[in-house]
Design a binder for this molecule. Structure first.
Ligand SMILES: Nc1nc2c(ncn2[C@@H]2O[C@H](COP(=O)(O)OP(=O)(O)OP(=O)(O)O)[C@@H](O)[C@H]2O)c(=O)[nH]1
Ligand SMILES: [Mg+2]
Length: 175
C-alpha cells in the first residue's frame, strides 16, 4: 500500500530478557524455549496492520543485549521512532540496567522518542525477584507506559504493547 506509514522501532535491554521473544510473539505468534542470542540485529517487518485508520508497516530492529555488540547496536538506533525496553522479573539487575540502555538509545535516537517498559516472564511468578511497584515507579520516572507480560504465554497484552507504542509514535509525529 502506497500510503503505508513506516515506523521503525527498536528493542533494548540486557541479554536474554526476552526482546526477540516478545517481538516474535507479536509478529508470528510463536515462542521458543531455546535461547538463540541475537547476533548484532534481527530485522523483522510487520505489515498489514491498521492503527487509527492508517495502514502501518513496523520495521523492528531487534538488537542484541550482549555487550560485545555495543558499537554495532548504535547504528541501528538511528532514525528510530520508539522502542520497547525490556527487563526480566527473575533478574533484578536487568531493571537497574535499563538506565544505561535508555541513555544509549536516547543518545542516538533522540530524547523525544517513545519508550515503553516491559516487565517480561511473568509466567515465572515463583522466581519473581523484582516488585511490580519498582518497575512501575521506574516507568513513571521515564514518562513511559508500563506493561507486565509473558512472551511465553502471549495473550492480548502482546499486541497492546505494540499498538499502544505505534499510537504514541503517531501522536508524536502529528505534533
Ligand atoms: N519463561 C519464559 N521464558 C522466556 C520468556 N521470554 C523469553 N524467554 C526465554 O528467555 C530466553 C531469552 O529470550 P530472547 O528473546 O532470545 O532474549 P533477548 O533479550 O532477545 O536476548 P539477546 O538477543 O541475547 O539480547 C529464551 O530461552 C526464551 O525462551 C517468557 O516470557 N517466559
Ligand atoms: Mg534477541
Amino acid at each position: 500500500m502506497s500510503n503505508e506509514v513506516i515506523i521503525k522501532l527498536n528493542s533494548v535491554g540486557t541479554y536474554s530478557v526476552g526482546k526477540t521473544s516478545l517481538i516474535r510473539r507479536y509478529t508470528e505468534n510463536t515462542f521458543s524455549e531455546d535461547y538463540l542470542p541475537t547476533l548484532g540485529v534481527d530485522i523483522t517487518v510487520k505489515r498489514g496492520i491498521i492503527i487509527d485508520t492508517k495502514p502501518i508497516r513496523i520495521v523492528f530492529m531487534d538488537t542484541a543485549g550482549e555487550e560485545k555488540f555495543g558499537s554495532l547496536r548504535k547504528t541501528y538506533f538511528e532514525g528510530s521512532l520508539g522502542c520497547i525496553a525490556v527487563y526480566d522479573i527473575t533478574r533484578p539487575e536487568t531493571l537497574k540496567d535499563l538506565d544505561r540502555w535508555l541513555k544509549e538509545y536516547r543518545g542516538v535516537a533522540g530524547d523525544d522518542k517513545i519508550i515503553s517498559i516491559v516487565d517480561n516472564k511473568i509466567d515465572l511468578a515463583g522466581q519473581k525477584s523484582i516488585p511490580t511497584q519498582d518497575g512501575k515507579r521506574y516507568a513513571r520516572s521515564q514518562g513511559s507506559d508500563f506493561y507486565e507480560a509473558s512472551a511465553k504465554f502471549g495473550g492480548k497484552i502482546i499486541p497492546r504493547i505494540f499498538v499502544d507504542l505505534v499510537q504514541n509514535v503517531l501522536q508524536e509525529l502529528a505534533k
